[in-house]
Design a protein around this ligand. Structure first.
Ligand code: CA
Length: 229
């Protein structure tokens, strides 16, 4: 069953209250905390379906929490809330394992669209039709267990890295632009978010490629995008 629980970690009381009001209807269970230390405790207690995470928090930053969360639960989706003028923060967040981000100030509608896309993706992988085991050059991807093996060795992927690799393996030979990947893997095709795709491809390559500078699994099609090698 899809885990439709949300943990929101946001120290701005007004924003947290507003989001709480709307998120409650978008999930089965919602927990809201207002500081980094309580946030760290909360991610440790149980696997959440989705964690929505502010970066600037008292006690422990969103980066610290994200890193800690990733060491415990690879399948939890993470959406970071970042400030408009801090591209560095966004890239750093994606590099340590966030799946997505929205830029403050954002509309509640935009965030809800991302949240729903997260849950839709999780649900898609819980359906039996999507459960065929996929193979590519020594990599084996099992949608049931969401496990990837390189030969006999398990590869630790985050939820989004898994979805991205699964998308390529389900569509061998097909070239995807960054915008198409955003649409199909993230569920939104926002122009300003293309480096989300680049960061995830880089992270995925560092985990599955023997030599990430000469990739064999996910190859770059110059001027277009990416395809399975
Ligand atoms: Ca804050």
């Amino acid at each position: 069953m899809t885990n439709r629980s949300i943990l929101l970690i946001e120290d701005e009381q007004d924003l947290a209250d507003l989001l709480q009001l709307h998120l409650r209807r978008a999930c089965d269970e919602l927990c809201v905390v207002h500081d980094g230390i309580t946030g760290l405790d909360a991610v440790q207690q149980r696997p959440w379906g989705l964690v929505i995470l502010d970066i600037g928090l008292p006690g422990a930053s969103g980066f610290t929490i994200c890193r800690h969360l990733r060491s415990l639960h690879a399948r939890t989706s993470v959406i970071m809330l970042t400030a408009r003028d801090t591209e560095e923060d966004r890239i750093r967040g994606l590099e340590i394992g966030a799946d997505d981000y929205v830029t403050k100030p954002f509309s509640v509608r935009e965030l809800l669209a991302r949240v729903n896309a997260c849950f839709r993706r999780s649900a898609a992988y819980d359906e039996p039709t999507a459960n065929r085991r996929l193979l590519h050059k020594g990599l084996a991807l099992d949608p049931n267990s969401r496990q990837v093996n390189d030969g006999d060795n398990p590869v630790g992927l985050t939820a989004r890295e898994f979805d991205l690799l699964a998308h390529f393996m389900q569509h061998p030979k097909q070239v995807f632009t960054r915008t198409q990947l955003l649409d199909r893997v993230w569920g939104h095709g926002h122009d300003g978010y293309k480096h989300t795709v680049n960061s995830h491809i880089n992270r995925l390559r560092s985990k599955i490629e023997r030599d990430p500078s000469h990739p064999e699994h996910i190859v770059t099609v110059w001027g277009v995008g990416y395809r399975l090698g």
